[in-house]
Ligand binder design. Structure first.
Ligand code: GDP
Length: 328
């Protein structure tokens, strides 16, 4: 393991946009070592004033839909427009297997080679909450380092979408034409979360199918009630390989920003996200303290068999444990 830098070295390096220091700082916030936690939280506090100046975009879709291809092409387009792009990933699979579907080093090679881009593989962790907290902090560090578009990638199959939705401004769902929703493993809940859909691989023979899918999805989305942000989700199509439809995605996100900033929703959403961030930490810290409490541990151990056999009502034990924990 490389040596830690000082708080000042991390901060200055990040604020100068030094990608190597940024990378090491993300390793610091991802660390589960108790000895790193204090420095990591000080660092995040120090750079907070320099954060918030980016568009935060969540990108999801099942494996194979073309997320990394899309991000590579879309990312390059954004670089051409003069933006600096950071790509982060939330990948629940990496917790179990340590092998991650997202963010491995062989993906997005072209984008990764560009100095104006920064790509970070998914952190590993024991809980989704832990992984998403780390991703959120990594995002803030990237913003402080001057990246003004943050793309957060996630596999569109489970809970991690909710976590990512909770840290982005705009949530984009990638889909394929000609495969039913069930086949794509996309849950209705994820459709409801999306601010925009992009039907990928819409080229050649697939184009006609993609156009039909676009009409179908547009109809389906119109059945959902209009969000409080006043935005009606859009369906676009294109090809990440050919490079079509990507410009329209950026236009859609800009239009979304225009409308929601005017209505105060963009800012309000971020304010709520910060409050949720606090709540997540409170729950996390409480949970850890609870589990580490010896009295709680002892009673839990002593009652386990009766819970397992169904003899003891869990709610009664939960209350007892909590009362015990709260007694100082
Ligand atoms: P991910 O698992 O969602 O990240 O998907 P990938 O980006 O790895 O893409 C899966 C496969 O689809 C790869 O073989 C890509 O080359 C291919 N692919 C991605 N985008 C397109 C596209 O727009 N058109 C076509 N024809 N193939 C694509």
């Amino acid at each position: 393991m490389s040596k830690r830098l000082s708080l000042e070295e991390y901060r200055n390096g990040i604020l100068e946009g030094n990608r190597a220091v940024l990378s090491r700082a993300i390793t610091l916030v991802e660390s589960s070592l108790e000895s790193d936690a204090e420095l990591a939280s000080q660092l995040v506090q120090e750079i907070l004033p320099s954060t918030g100046n980016s568009k935060r975009i969540g990108i999801t879709g099942v494996p194979g839909v073309g997320k990394s291809t899309f991000i590579e092409s879309f990312g390059k387009l954004l670089l051409e427009k003069g933006h600096k792009v950071a790509v982060l990933a939330v990948d629940p699979s990496s917790q179990k297997t340590k092998g991650s579907i997202l963010g491995d080093k062989t993906r997005m090679e072209n984008l990764a080679a560009d100095k104006r881009a920064f790509i970070r593989p998914s952190p590993t962790g024991t809980t989704l909450g832990g992984v998403s907290a780390k991703t959120r902090e990594a995002m803030l560090l990237c913003e402080a380092a001057g990246f003004d578009v943050i793309l957060i990638e996630t596999v569109g199959v489970g809970q991690s979408e909710t976590a990512v939705k909770g840290m982005v401004d705009f949530f984009l769902l990638l889909m394929l034409a000609g495969a039913g929703d069930e086949l794509q493993g996309i849950k209705k809940g994820i459709m409801e979360m999306a601010d925009g859909l992009f039907i990928n691989k819409a080229e050649g023979e697939n184009l006609l199918l993609a156009k039909k899918a676009k009409a179908n999805y547009s109809n389906a989305l119109h059945l959902f009630p209009l969000g409080e942000n006043g935005w009606s989700p859009k369906v676009l199509l294109g090809s990440s390989i050919v490079g079509t439809g990507l410009e329209e995605v950026w236009e859609m996100i800009s239009e979304f920003e225009g409308i929601t900033v005017e209505r105060g929703f963009w800012q309000g959403n971020r304010e709520n996200q910060r409050l949720n961030w606090l709540n997540e930490y409170v729950q996390d810290l409480l949970g850890k303290a609870f589990i580490a409490d010896t009295r709680v541990k002892n009673l839990m151990e002593a009652s386990k068999a009766r819970i397992k056999s169904g003899e003891l009502n869990p709610i009664i034990l939960a209350k007892k444990l909590t009362q015990l924990f709260l007694k100082s």
